[in-house]
Design a protein around this ligand. Structure first.
Ligand SMILES: *Cc1c(COP(=O)(O)O)cnc(C)c1O
Length: 401
């Protein structure tokens, strides 16, 4: 890839996504589950760019959404309502009402109180809400605590015995139709055993529900499939699917899988330019024009992204921190990396930045958010304009007295 040409054309900081790799990743998961009917519902929160969603819609993807805004994005991008799921631990009344209005596939319920709200809202609208209950299987996914969600100390889902009670409640309500069961134990999962254990526990619950005439049609296994940022061992989609499918004997459900990171993480890069180098007594800093407001993962999770200086990949170097211009010591993209001497204008390539990159960006320090570019069939095209100063202040300026 000619990153220099891209930077000349679009400037930095810049996100670039390879849509061909996105398609490959999507098909890999789709094919892994081919022994059963499946719906791959891309987790929109990983990267919600409209052109990316349209690309996924064309591949047959559904969408897992965590706000009504994401539901509306998915619909606008051409994902049909019957492939859209609404998840999330805190849905507002108006979000629930709009989801019912749009007639999406189902709502993932995360608490008893939420089930009650959904019932009331469906009743007031004269509708029947299709629901799925998010079960917390209480299993340690062995990932970063901030992205682990399947332990009883996490805020997500309900415990298995509570779930059973909620299914009965739903079955007995004329305004609720239980159609699915859901679990999602965490993100960046790199071990198979916790997934299999969780799936087994939830499948047992499904079989118990069958016995009391509650027929679950969708087995929603969440997302979380990890990717390689550094040298992690990762799970093959085929093995992941097999681990889940092996727990489902005696059932006839459609698999719903909600991958986010796996689809886009390694399909995207972040490009930033070197402004200066600076040395203190103990450290070497490479100061670049991209910052934590553009790519938050290093600051938020101490996440590792591989970085290289474009055109100097093979040069010897010394340890340096790659830092942005934001006024926070926590503003860094990489720490203690072996990097060659750089000059003003050199391009630093930050890899694996397609997921949880742009979507977590902000205007902190009145920095316009970066442009986004898609690569497809060897061609590049802009899919989000770089923000301008005027755009940032637009919602404030007219209130100034
Ligand atoms: C975040 C999330 C996903 C996607 O997670 P990835 O690690 O990006 O695959 C899927 N389902 C739910 C409910 C989520 O919260």
């Amino acid at each position: 890839m000619d990153y220099k040409a891209l930077v000349q054309k679009y400037d930095t900081p810049l996100y670039v996504y390879n849509f061909d790799i996105v398609a490959q990743n999507f098909m890999q998961i789709k094919n892994a589950f081919k022994a059963r009917k499946s719906l791959i519902a891309y987790a929109v929160k990983a990267n919600s760019n409209m052109s990316l969603l349209k690309h996924l819609a064309n591949l047959g993807s559904g969408a897992d959404c965590v706000s009504i805004g994401e539901v509306k994005r998915a619909l606008l991008a051409g994902i049909p309502p019957y492939k859209i799921i609404f998840s999330g631990v805190g849905k507002r009344d108006d979000e629930i009402a709009e989801a019912l209005e749009k007639d999406i596939l189902f709502i993932n319920v995360e608490s008893e109180a939420e089930l009650g709200r959904i019932e009331d809202i469906a009743k007031s609208m004269g509708k029947v809400a299709r629901i799925s209950i998010r079960v917390n299987p209480n299993i340690d996914p062995k990932t970063h605590p901030y992205i682990s969600t399947g332990l009883s100390e996490n805020k997500f889902g309900v415990e298995i015995d509570v779930a059973k009670k909620l299914y009965l409640q739903a079955k007995n309500s004329p305004y609720l139709q239980p159609v699915g069961i859901h679990f999602h134990i965490g993100s960046q999962l790199t071990e198979l055993e916790p997934i299999k254990e969780a799936s087994e526990k939830v499948a047992d619950l499904v079989r118990a529900l069958q016995k009391i005439d509650i027929d679950i049609k969708f087995f929603d296994v969440g997302g979380g499939l990890g990717i390689r940022y550094q040298d992690e061992k990762t799970i093959e989609p085929y093995d992941y699917a097999q681990a889940i499918l092996s727990t489902l004997s005696g059932t006839n459900m459609t698999i719903v899988c909600e991958p986010g990171r796996f689809i886009v993480g390694n399909a995207g890069v972040f490009l930033t330019k070197v402004l200066y180098e600076k040395r203190t007594k103990s450290k070497r800093f490479i100061i670049v024009d991209g910052a934590m407001n553009d790519l938050l993962r290093p600051s938020l999770y101490n996440a590792y992204h591989e970085v290289v200086v474009v055109g100097k990949e093979n040069e010897r170097g010394s340890k340096a921190d790659v830092v942005g211009p934001v006024c926070e010591s926590g503003d860094f993209l990489a720490k203690e990396r072996e990097l060659p001497p750089t000059e003003h204008g050199d391009i630093v390539l930050v890899k694996s930045a397609g997921a949880y990159g742009f979507v977590m960006s902000s205007n902190y320090n009145t920095r316009p958010r970066p442009a986004e570019v898609a690569l497809e069939g060897g061609k590049d095209r802009l899919i989000r304009e770089r923000e301008t100063f005027e755009y940032i202040i637009e919602k404030e300026i007219r209130f100034m007295v």
